[in-house]
Design a protein around this ligand. Sequence first.
Ligand SMILES: *[C@@H]1O[C@H](CO)[C@@H](O)[C@H](O)[C@H]1NC(C)=O
Length: 475
Amino acid sequence: MSLKHTALPISSYQPRGTTPALRRRTQSLVRLGAVAALLFLIVLFYLSRRSGSSALSVFSLGLLSSSGGGYGGDFQLETVRYHDLSSVQGTARGWEREERILVCVPLRDAEEHLPMFFSHLRNLTYPHHLIDLAFLVSDSKDKTLQALTRSMEEIQAWEDEEMHFGEISIIEKDFGQKVNQDVESRHGFEAQASRRKLMARARNWLLTAALRPYHSWVYWRDVDVETAPYTILEDLMRHNKDVIVPNVWRPLPDWLGGEQPYDLNSWQESDTALQLAETLDEDAVIVEGYAEYATYRPHLAYLRDPYGDPDVEMELDGVGGVSILAKARVFRYGVHFPAFSFEKHAETEGFGKMSKRMGFSVIGLPHYTIWHEYEPSVDDIQHMEQMKREQLAQEQAEKEKAEKAQRVKESFGDATKQWEKDKSEIQNIAIQEKKKEAAAAAAAAVAKNKPNAQAAAGKQEEKVVARDELGESKA
Ligand SMILES: *[C@@H]1O[C@H](CO)[C@@H](O)[C@H](O)[C@H]1NC(C)=O
């Protein structure tokens, strides 16, 4: 580019009255410059043809057409750029046609999510050199900006050049978003309308600051997506729709059922909701997924069949902002994220409605699902703490039970021993008894015969006595 400045302008503004030698030298310099400029243009033209990079071709087109005489015949109109927007409409196979995507990422206190987000970025299969990144950092109290800058520097310094992204813009602007970033505050019903309107402003700022004439697509992506196919850009692009969103669910702990629809902002309009809208005042904003507004709209999230064909399409009116692929021309036509009540909606839902209103296709894929990170709500945290307490109590109870059982066992062991002892004692006693009985029986048996003997003996003695008395008397 600096070449252009050294070439012709010098001769045009050559002051009269300079010495011929100086003029000759200047003229040869000019000729040299002109040759160099011509060479530069040839190289540029060749490069742009070869790489097909729209960024380059946009630039070279601008130069070539101005040098070609169509725009003034010389380099004086070098600041004019010529862009042929018919070549950046967006097609089903953009990666083959080198279509550039602008990835827009609004960030607020997102430091902790950045490592995961960059892991996703690295894994994208869409050619990285065709992806330009635009980040908006707003109303952040943590170190989002520093972490972001560091991650970007790392990724762009990777040895594998295929990993490098195209142009990167980091935009900083606060919007006075005061709602706390915790789940309860962000998702509370009261905060929704004003929060969504501020988010809308942020998105519009980001987009208008970063969208270039060479972008064919714009992809909006939240940082806190946990799981998504690496091919998501191609997968969505293949449908060749103006606006398209996947289904967004989130994993849950087992005690909460394992999984749950997350993004309820992608829906189809219903008669109930249209009637409700008519009863609301002009500035009202209907937000989906809250009991306060029972709209009975068919939600993309609830139509998911885990085994369904991921290519099935569903017409939508409102879209959620977790992951939106849109053709850049949608924005060029003037569709944006309303920061006011548009048909009783704001931000991404309003964007869906406005796109529809301007005749663009707005499509959701019920069976193509990406997973948002699970952030436990205050209720969930309480419940989990309660569960933990219960588990601890249960463990404690089990421990006590086990200890008791151990004690019982031990004392039962004593009883057993005692029993054994008692048993042997009883057996001894029994044996003794038996012996005694036997002895007694024997004695009894002896005694049974004894009385006769004794009696006989007595008689004999009596007889003897008598005999003796007799004998004495006889004697
Ligand atoms: C990206 O790919 C790597 C390697 O396959 C994998 O370990 C990592 O989990 C992926 N990142 C995300 C966010 O899916």
